[in-house]
Design a protein around this ligand. Structure first.
Ligand code: NDP
Length: 263
């Protein structure tokens, strides 16, 4: 039997074991997925091999440590220096990142998206901004403070704060801030956010497990929306494809994982 795991600190809240074990059971894969509470990121590689894992996911705060632990990093993960999926390939640790691709997978039915307003300038925003650039999309970044915007300016993106954001039309607005996670705040003042949403067709929030004020307002204004669970599902589907060496159909994985969200 192959063993997979999620590494994180904390990790008890993670939905990944349920998502992946549901797929293994329903699609008859001889594998099991466990949680590993890891406090010291530098111990990732030795823990991975001491548990004889075939693969793993990595969550907060170890995604950069996972990048450093790999013998080889492939694809998009190499560009952003962040790894969320590990594969044991004949004793070598191979790293991937399925977060941003998972987001693209989640919004694949959003048609004709060309312009995006990305709210927030943290780690999630960095990964998505790079992905959007790769996809040839036009990105504007809005953050409440200026400090973290320099990274995005260096990427050549239009960057705004509350002081200079204009009410322009975007195809998609994405909330990557943690506003609304533990409180009822919007990711930008309502007098800025509402007119922007009124001109927009699609919105997405990376927060999952609750309807944030941002998503609630988006729905009230008639936008087509995705929440963070869709992104979580997307990264999980792509990670499971890697775990099962592309032997399963992506749509079958998605269907079973989606059902696991109901438990
Ligand atoms: P970071 O801490 O790296 O960045 C947080 C960003 O949010 C910063 O730009 C910060 O602005 C901004 N911010 C925080 N609070 C507020 C607020 N009240 N109003 C306006 N802006 C605010 O976070 P991450 O990028 O790592 O994570 C962001 C969110 O994404 C989390 O909620 C996390 O749970 C979620 N996430 C979801 C995933 C999924 O699969 N669905 C995957 C990964 C993350 P400033 O620079 O001014 O401080």
């Amino acid at each position: 039997m192959k063993i997979f795991a999620i590494f994180g600190d904390p990790v008890s809240h993670s939905r990944s074991p349920l998502m992946h074990n549901s797929v293994f059971q329903a699609l008859h894969v001889n594998a099991s997925y466990i949680r590993v509470h890891l406090t010291d990121g530098t111990k990732l590689k030795e823990t991975f091999f001491s548990l004889s894992l075939s693969g793993a996911n990595v969550t907060v705060p170890h995604k950069e440590a996972a990048f450093r632990a790999c013998d080889e990093v492939r694809g998009f993960a190499k560009k952003i220096g962040v790894v969320n999926t590990l594969i044991n390939e004949n004793g070598r640790l191979i790293g991937y990142n399925t977060d941003a691709d998972g987001f693209m997978f989640a919004i694949r039915d959003f048609l004709h998206v060309k312009t995006i307003l990305l709210i927030g300038a943290g780690g999630t925003a960095k990964a998505l901004a790079n992905k959007f650039i790769d996809e040839g999309l036009h990105v504007t970044v809005l953050n409440r403070s200026k400090g973290r915007l320099s990274y995005f300016e260096d990427l050549g993106l239009t960057c705004k704060t509350y002081e200079d954001i204009e009410t322009k039309e975007y195809d998609l607005i994405v909330n990557t801030t943690s506003a609304g996670l533990k409180d009822d705040s919007y990711p930008a003042p309502l007098e800025i956010l509402k007119p922007l949403l009124q001109k927009t067709k699609y919105s997405a929030d990376v927060i999952y497990g609750k309807t944030t004020p941002f998503l609630k307002l988006s729905k009230e204004l008639g936008l087509t929306c995705k929440d963070g669970a869709d992104m979580l599902l997307g990264q999980g589907v792509l990670a499971n494809e890697l775990f099962t060496e592309h032997t399963l159909d992506k749509n079958d994985i998605e269907k079973v994982m989606q059902e696991s969200f109901l438990y």
